[in-house]
Write a protein that binds this ligand. Structure first.
Ligand SMILES: [Ca+2]
Length: 246
C-alpha cells in the first residue's frame, strides 16, 4: 500500500516538473515571437526613414551644399600666420602671400594658387549685380535698408595680375521724410583673388563719402558674399550686408 502511494507522489512530482518545462518553452517561444515582431517593426521604420532621406537628399541643392562648405571653410580659418596669406591646402598645408595668387606663376607646391577655381572671374564679370539688406551698427543712426551694387567695368593689367581693378555703381535705398529714396554713387576698387575679396570706395573725395565697402565672397559659393561698410580711415565696421547675385 505504502509503496503504491509513493509511486503516486513520484508521478505527481514528475508531472509537475514536465508542466513547468513546457511552460518555460512556451514562454521562451512567446518572447522570441515578440522580439521578431519588434525587429520587423524596426526594419519597417528604417526603410521608411531611408526613403524619406533619399527624397530629402534629392531636394538639397548644389548651391546650398556649396554655401555650407563655404561657411565651414570660413569657420575653420586658414591657419596662416599672416591675414594676407593664401592657404594652398593639400596634405602639407602651405601659405603664400596673396599677391602671388593668380599671377600666372605656380607658387604653391600643388599649384592651387593658379587653379581655375581660385582665378575664376565670375564674381567680377561686368554686369554682375549683388543685392542685400544693410544693417547699421554704428557711424550713423540709420535703419536697415536695401543696398545693391553692379560691376560696371573690370580690368586686369599684365604687370599686376593678382588684382582686378573694378568700377561699380552702388545704390542704397533709404527712407527720407517717409519716402523711399535711392542714392547711387560710383565706386572704384579692386578684387583680390587670394582672399575672394572685393573692395570698393566712392569715386570722389568727399568727407561725406569716407566709407568703403569690403565684400568677402564665399570660397565655394561665388554668388554670395558677406559685406561690411567700413570707415575708410579707421576700418571701423559701420554696417553689415549679406549680398547675393541678382
Ligand atoms: Ca602664383
Amino acid at each position: 500500500m505504502w509503496r503504491f502511494l509513493l509511486v503516486l507522489v513520484w508521478a505527481a512530482v514528475a508531472a509537475a516538473e514536465i508542466d513547468r518545462e513546457l511552460l518555460k518553452e512556451e514562454l521562451t517561444e512567446y518572447r522570441l515571437k515578440n522580439q521578431n515582431l519588434h525587429i520587423d517593426e524596426l526594419e519597417r521604420e528604417f526603410h521608411h526613414l531611408e526613403k524619406q532621406y533619399h527624397r530629402t537628399h534629392k531636394r538639397v541643392s548644389k548651391h546650398l551644399v556649396n554655401h555650407v562648405k563655404s561657411r565651414l571653410a570660413k569657420a575653420e580659418g586658414t591657419f596662416c600666420p599672416d591675414k594676407h596669406d593664401f592657404q594652398c591646402g593639400g596634405e602639407k598645408p602651405e601659405c603664400i602671400n596673396d599677391l602671388l595668387v593668380c599671377d600666372d606663376h605656380v607658387d604653391c607646391r600643388n599649384g592651387k594658387d593658379e587653379h581655375s577655381s581660385v582665378c575664376d572671374t565670375h564674381i567680377i564679370q561686368e554686369g554682375s549685380a549683388y543685392y542685400g539688406i544693410a544693417t547699421w551698427h554704428s557711424c550713423v543712426a540709420r535703419g536697415s535698408h536695401k543696398a545693391a551694387f553692379t560691376i560696371i567695368h573690370a580690368e586686369r593689367f599684365p604687370f599686376f595680375k593678382s588684382r582686378v581693378f573694378i568700377r561699380a555703381a552702388v545704390t542704397n535705398e533709404i527712407v527720407e521724410h517717409s519716402r523711399l529714396v535711392g542714392h547711387t554713387y560710383m565706386a572704384k576698387g579692386y578684387y583680390n583673388f587670394g582672399q575672394y575679396r572685393l573692395v570698393l570706395v566712392p569715386d570722389k573725395d568727399d568727407p561725406e563719402f569716407s566709407i568703403g565697402l569690403v565684400c568677402d565672397f564665399h570660397k565655394f559659393d561665388h554668388d554670395s558674399a558677406d559685406c561690411k561698410v567700413v570707415e575708410q580711415a579707421s576700418l571701423k565696421v559701420c554696417a553689415t550686408i549679406a549680398v547675393s547675385r541678382v
